[in-house]
Design a binder for this molecule. Structure first.
Ligand code: AMP
Length: 426
């Protein structure tokens, strides 16, 4: 029987994994510049944590969780997102002592039982930030700035933040009533999920993936008109900060996020090139969550983002195309004596640079072809004749120039050549 990767999961093969490594590197460097530190969370948590933290009315909790019972009968769930676990850890380790702002990041896989389609998987990766312990709208602006900065640092031009406010428990009850009032008359035209949302939390209807439902919502009232004074001021301040920081954004009053815990600021960063799944990241403020999960009342703000979607955006826009940069040097040899001489050169070179070679006793011509295919910068050729004369040929693959070098000078000659070519690249 031939096994296949489970539905909704995918292997990241070496042709693509270099893109992942680059994103992770740039992400960590950006997190460093913005003062966020890494948290590594368990892959599974108690189911109750997500049910409470994400919200019973959300699609995630209602139908997308990978929940199982362990041998002692405990209900556990593979993490569908990173905020609930981060907050659980924040409380468990009393990170808020001293009233400091705690700034954390994660980069890890999440699990959701969704219908797989382009840009939607059952195991997918997210990077995320959480800043726990401040009401300051400047923190919201910092997180939005981070998101836009990261995409720009990766070379993705044209990413735009869409910001909105989700209100707070003071202003949302009246808004929910207003929505029920306006939408009640056409409720029978909405999908079954929206009918449930209408009862439980009508703001969730904006998060529906059904085109027809979204059309029906087009003339629904905007939450921005129902905000209480505190939420309105907070939102105005976030916008002012973003303007002063020259972060590209638009206000999108129809935006709702798929998680129940958001209060005040919510935002997404979109990239046009992505079509229906254009959101690169989403986040916002969750001032009630820490208390909801058993901690002291602590305001917080965060963002999370799908890595697969980012890779699609970077590939489709031509920012990350082709293959991984090739090895610095390819060592080609012919015959067993030459292979031994090559082994010595390779071992020495690998102390400082990347080297590839042939282990399948192919012809020199085939080895040269492979060196070209891999994109090696230089090739060292050691044939039987070279071994007999105690020399090797060093070929620069960019210029085509080649020189014969004494065997014991190959490494030094190559290092000098590599240095010269990296300097001329600058
Ligand atoms: P959410 O946690 O639902 O707010 O999603 C945050 C980000 O994660 C989205 O903007 C997507 O980029 C990504 N994402 C969410 N669900 C999936 C999925 N099933 N497959 C791939 N990426 C996803």
């Amino acid at each position: 029987m031939a096994y296949k990767a489970p539905r909704g999961t995918r292997d990241v093969l070496p042709d693509e994994s270099w893109k992942w490594q680059r994103i992770e590197r740039v992400f960590r460097a950006t997190a460093d510049r913005f003062g966020y530190r890494e948290i590594r969370l368990p892959v599974f948590e108690e189911t109750e944590l997500f049910a409470r933290g994400i919200g019973d009315a959300t699609d995630i909790v209602r139908k997308e969780m990978y929940t199982f019972t362990d041998r002692k009968g405990r209900s556990l769930t593979l993490r569908p997102e990173g905020t609930a676990g981060t907050v659980r850890s924040f409380i468990e380790h009393n990170m808020g002592r001293g009233a400091r702002l705690t700034k954390l990041y994660y980069f890890c896989p999440m699990f959701r039982y969704e219908r797989p389609q382009a840009g939607r998987y059952r195991q997918f990766w997210q990077w995320g930030l959480e800043a726990i312990g401040s009401m300051n709208p400047a923190v919201d602006a910092e997180i939005i700035h981070f998101s836009v900065d990261l995409f720009e640092s990766l070379g993705l031009a044209g990413a735009e933040a869409r910001v909105n406010s989700a209100g707070c428990p003071t202003c949302t009850p009246a808004y929910n009533e207003l929505l029920r009032e306006r939408l009640g008359g056409k409720l029978d035209q909405f999908c079954d999920d929206c009918k449930v949302r209408y009862e439980r939390n009508p703001r969730r209807m904006f998060d529906c993936k059904n085109e027809h439902c979204l059309e029906l919502l087009e003339d629904a009232p905007s939450i921005l008109e129902s905000l209480c004074e505190e939420c309105a001021e907070h939102f105005a301040s976030v916008r002012k900060h973003l303007e002063r920081m020259s972060v590209r954004f638009v206000v999108d009053s129809s935006m709702a996020r798929g998680l129940d815990y958001y209060t005040k600021t919510v935002f997404e960063v979109h990239h046009e090139g992505l079509g229906a799944q254009s959101a690169l990241c989403g986040g916002g403020r969750y001032d009630a969550l820490v208390e909801e999960l058993g901690g002291a009342p602590t305001p917080a703000c965060g963002v999370s983002s799908g890595v697969e979607r980012l890779i699609t955006a970077l590939t489709d826009t031509g920012v990350m195309t082709g293959t991984e940069p090739g090895p610095s040097v390819y060592v080609a040899s012919l015959g067993s004596e030459a292979a031994l001489a090559a082994a010595a050169v390779i071992a020495e070179l690998r102390k400082s640079i990347s080297v590839e070679t042939d282990y399948q006793s192919r012809s020199l011509k085939a080895q040269m072809k492979e060196a070209g295919k891999l994109g090696a910068g230089h090739v060292v050729i050691i044939g039987e004749d070279e071994v007999a004369r105690g020399v090797a040929v060093v070929k620069n693959m960019t210029t085509g120039e080649q020189n014969e070098v004494a065997a014991d000078e190959v490494v030094a000659a190559l290092l000098v050549e590599r240095l010269a070519s990296t300097q001329s690249d600058k």
